[in-house]
Design a protein around this ligand. Sequence first.
Ligand code: HEM
Length: 512
Amino acid sequence: MFLPYFSIVCVIIATTIYLYYKWAFSYWKKKCVPFVEPKIPFGNVQNVITSQQMYVGIHLKHGYDIFKDQGQVHGGSYLICSPRYIPVDLKIIKSILQQDFNYFTDRGFYYNEKDDPLSANLFSLGGERWRSLRSKLSPAFSSAKLKIMFDPLLVCADRLNDAIVNLESKGGIIDASTLSINYSISVIALCAFGVDCDCFKYPNSEFVQFGRRTFDYSSWLRRFKMTFAFAMPNLALLLGVKVFGRDYTNFFTEIVEKTISFRETTKTTRKDLIQLLIDLKNDVGGDLSEEERTHWQKGATLEELAAQVFIFFAAGFETSSTTFSFCLYELAQNLEIQSRLREEIEEVLIESRGSITYEAISNMKYANQVIEETLRKYPPVSFIGRKCERPYRIPGTDVVLDQGTYIDISILGIHHDREYYPDPEKFDPERFSDEGKKLRNLTAYLPFGVGPRICIGQRFAMMQLKVGLIAILQHYEIFLNARTKIPMEYEPYSFTLTPKENIILNIRRKET
Ligand code: HEM
């Protein structure tokens, strides 16, 4: 007697789910936007969520390539059953990121301030809270502040150099990925948190361990939670989904708490990011509106401060470290480019009487080109998202995006688009010479994004990368090792574009 009822209930549930999917999957068809046929239950992200192991940035590039090859200006896809808009035409991308930014101030990132306080940071917040925070944090990267952060940067560059000297004495094989991570974590820890974690000496320090966990999605559960939170943020918020574990949150919150308390009790000040937040809290250096003053002095919780310091760490270390290792990888394969870069380094060092100075690195034009080409070929943030805040008509079309629509812009797709970069797999810094740049639409280059939400740490990252290159190339030559993987394979379970295996290279002291 029970069994037939049970079967009927199952059939009703299955039919309801099926009909819901059918209805959800008709979204782009109704809007007359071309789309890739989705499948139940994952929509178009089957290859990201299941064992097919595709990095999400490459998945989005495939979407971009399909619509581009069809000659479309845009297309639609489904993250489970949530519709995502994929713009292809650069005019549309520019409108979304710059001209009509007021429709798209949110990145559409999931955050849950109550249960997961670190997630409520500058990167994830939207609307007025983001606007106010951005204007308060931007001074941390002014030229004057960058100059001040230059000295701690040199301390880390010296340690990088010592590590290389040590590895040369042991046979000259280097793990470029690990060196880059140690360098980047040391830099960000010192310049953002004021913590000297010397990761070269202590490679298993907590900073390194927690840092590595930030974008590690190898756990199926974490991957599922993240995808769920992105596809159904309101439901995820209701269920209190957390993307960072409790121990992780405690680690970063405690560091910020201890640093603030130490500086306040000892009346010490430092020129780093944490100091900027302490000053905001104490209303030092002022221009705060009455509302902001009340918020920072009374309302700003420790978790809120920790979230902002944390995002500088999270957004800064992995992006810079993968760029650095990809750059070394390309220099080892392109020896002519490497020697031209070394010549520039030598010239700059002669002009500045042997020392690396802020002014000297600002004049390194070829180093800029090499880094820019690295970021073109391997953009660590290989896609950027936006959320449409009110109905928006896509310029040049009759399509109106509904409020709440999520947008995925494939930076990797654009950077490997033959229309803008002929022979895209070739590493060619000449693409970024003055003449090369003139040939291209500016929106075809987006490693740091563009518009009001452009990466806040862009200049800091470029400075750190140049100093790191000088530290290695002024005394050493880099070569391929028998274990260097060519072509590059990418880690599927990561948020940023990351090599699947560590990059192993050889170094040799340069001949004088
Ligand atoms: C090579 C290194 C880096 C790359 C490629 C990179 C790339 C990006 C990209 C693509 C965005 C999103 C832009 C958009 O949505 O339009 C972003 C945002 C951001 N980045 Fe970076 N980044 C790098 C280094 C850094 C560093 C060193 C820091 C901090 C010290 C940092 C902090 C941030 C923050 C806080 C945001 C959010 C800004 C906002 O929403 O207002 N990044 N970055």
